[in-house]
Design a protein around this ligand. Sequence first.
Ligand SMILES: *[C@@H]1O[C@H](CO)[C@@H](O)[C@H](O)[C@H]1NC(C)=O
Ligand SMILES: *[C@@H]1O[C@H](CO)[C@@H](O)[C@H](O)[C@H]1NC(C)=O
Ligand SMILES: *[C@@H]1O[C@H](CO)[C@@H](O)[C@H](O)[C@H]1NC(C)=O
Ligand SMILES: *[C@@H]1O[C@H](CO)[C@@H](O)[C@H](O)[C@H]1NC(C)=O
Ligand SMILES: *[C@@H]1O[C@H](CO)[C@@H](O)[C@H](O)[C@H]1NC(C)=O
Ligand SMILES: *[C@@H]1O[C@H](CO)[C@@H](O)[C@H](O)[C@H]1NC(C)=O
Ligand SMILES: *[C@@H]1O[C@H](CO)[C@@H](O)[C@H](O)[C@H]1NC(C)=O
Ligand SMILES: *[C@@H]1O[C@H](CO)[C@@H](O)[C@H](O)[C@H]1NC(C)=O
Ligand SMILES: *[C@@H]1O[C@H](CO)[C@@H](O)[C@H](O)[C@H]1NC(C)=O
Length: 330
Amino acid sequence: MGHSRLICSQLLCSCLLLAALLVSCLVIITSATNDTDRLALLAFKAGITSDPFGSLNSWNDSTDFCRWYGVRCGRRRHRVTVLDLNSHRLSGPISPHIGNLSFLRELSLQNNSFFLEIPSQIGQLRRLQNLDLSNNSLTGEIPRNISGCSNLVYLLIYYNQLVGGIPVELGSLSHLSTRIFCSYNGLSGIIPQSIGRLTKLEQLALGANKLSGTIPPSVFNLSSLTGVDVRENQICGNLPEDIGFTLPNLQFFSIFDNQFTRSIPSSISNSTNLTVLDLTRNELSRKVPSLANLHNLQRVLLSFNYLGSGGSNADDMSFLCSVENLTPEY
Ligand SMILES: *[C@@H]1O[C@H](CO)[C@@H](O)[C@H](O)[C@H]1NC(C)=O
Ligand SMILES: *[C@@H]1O[C@H](CO)[C@@H](O)[C@H](O)[C@H]1NC(C)=O
Ligand SMILES: *[C@@H]1O[C@H](CO)[C@@H](O)[C@H](O)[C@H]1NC(C)=O
Ligand SMILES: *[C@@H]1O[C@H](CO)[C@@H](O)[C@H](O)[C@H]1NC(C)=O
Ligand SMILES: *[C@@H]1O[C@H](CO)[C@@H](O)[C@H](O)[C@H]1NC(C)=O
Ligand SMILES: *[C@@H]1O[C@H](CO)[C@@H](O)[C@H](O)[C@H]1NC(C)=O
Ligand SMILES: *[C@@H]1O[C@H](CO)[C@@H](O)[C@H](O)[C@H]1NC(C)=O
Ligand SMILES: *[C@@H]1O[C@H](CO)[C@@H](O)[C@H](O)[C@H]1NC(C)=O
Ligand SMILES: *[C@@H]1O[C@H](CO)[C@@H](O)[C@H](O)[C@H]1NC(C)=O
């Protein structure tokens, strides 16, 4: 009798403990759940006008939003840290409510058909590190509020229909360290000098826009750069004499189809990692320097310039003899 009563009270005890544990668990979960993200995601979904693969079908109230397709939450908080819906043929505007996902670190919407403007509320995402909106149909300007994304590491917005200038404010995003890809848009104006403050920037691609003016000296000063691509713009000026000293890590350099003048600096041979050098369709003249040091060079494109027009020197094109295993393309 006494024995079983003891067991009974022990059982009761454990049951009570378990219940208490469950209740406190629930309290923790509910207090950690912030409805802001769920509402923001639903607002994002409401903006979608076409979802041919049904990618957002799981975005309904039968499932916790952290388990919705393309959504990832952080381990500590019940907050969205990643929204990755790349290549799903989604179309519609990007809802301004996206700015309420205040813990977002990655927004990958590339390779869809998002249209209208990039909402300026994106600037509220101060934890955002990776922003990829490339290959959509976005119009309007790059919002200046993007300067609020103070932790941005890369910015990929190529293949859209963006217009207006490159915001000066980009230069304040000191974490921008890998890539700024803005190619294939309708961006105009000059390349802001402030870009030269991004001392960790590795790749700058601004090709196929309507940019004019010169490349600021501060940009030629970014020794971290491995790739510079400003092809198909209306950029003028000359390549600085010390380009090979200031950009020693350069691998890819294209100024194809612009209005660069004067000669190709001989210091270019100090950028020893160079693999692609495309200077086609400019107004470069005079002697082509020796490229003999550039052992990694795979493509050199120099046609449609005034090279070799130096007059007095018969050896203006003698660089050809100095390049091994290399087929110059014209
Ligand atoms: C949810 O998070 C947002 C932004 O982080 C904050 O403004 C709001 O007060 C939070 N709400 C609750 C109920 O915690
Ligand atoms: C996003 O935040 C703004 C400002 O706090 C608020 O007015 C709006 O209702 C929020 N959006 C959603 C979908 O909750
Ligand atoms: C809601 O989402 C679940 C998966 O999370 C899915 O199985 C279900 O079909 C969805 N409901 C609707 C009405 O789409
Ligand atoms: C882009 O999306 C299409 C499907 O819409 C897919 O076939 C293609 O592989 C994607 N391209 C990239 C570069 O992801
Ligand atoms: C852009 O996306 C379309 C699908 O929406 C795809 O067919 C195309 O290959 C993509 N282009 C690039 C350059 O990724
Ligand atoms: C954009 O930034 C400006 C100033 O930085 C601010 O006044 C404005 O409220 C922001 N707009 C949005 C939608 O975040
Ligand atoms: C280039 O960098 C050097 C030192 O790294 C600095 O002294 C100089 O002012 C910079 N020039 C420009 C145009 O930014
Ligand atoms: C060139 O590339 C190599 C290997 O990728 C790298 O270690 C080196 O730092 C680069 N820069 C120069 C100036 O050689
Ligand atoms: C540039 O290259 C030349 C020829 O190889 C070399 O003599 C010179 O020291 C290099 N200069 C710098 C600053 O690396």
